[in-house]
Write a new protein. Sequence first.
Length: 137
Amino acid sequence: MMHEILGVTDEPGIHRRWFHDDYFDLFVWQVEGGELVQFQLCYGIDSSEQALVWEKRGGFFLDGIEPGKSGKGEVLGAKAPRSQKADPVIARFDAASRSLPEDIRLSMTERIHEFAEKREATPARRKRFRRASWQRS
């Protein structure tokens, strides 16, 4: 279950929030009224950390995966093996997200499943995910 890290500094006009568990870090940006305008869902550990990034104006992209390659470790939105009906990262997020505030959980669930449908068309931006200074514990 994810819990919120408190004390995150906001940007002008944007409320930033950070949710964490032992596998995921979820960073969300919300405008006044609660609308989600950006998120970074980070998963994996250390050198294999990857992120699904969504921006309202720019859509989806991936960090931590070389363009044209499937990435290291589990890859969000990758085709699940025949023995599994669901993507293992999405299934893990669905379980972990139960503790998120309802508005964020619903928005994230919608976006992640939308991403899974168009995974192949999503560009990889950087080989390695880099956290901003405020995103480090």
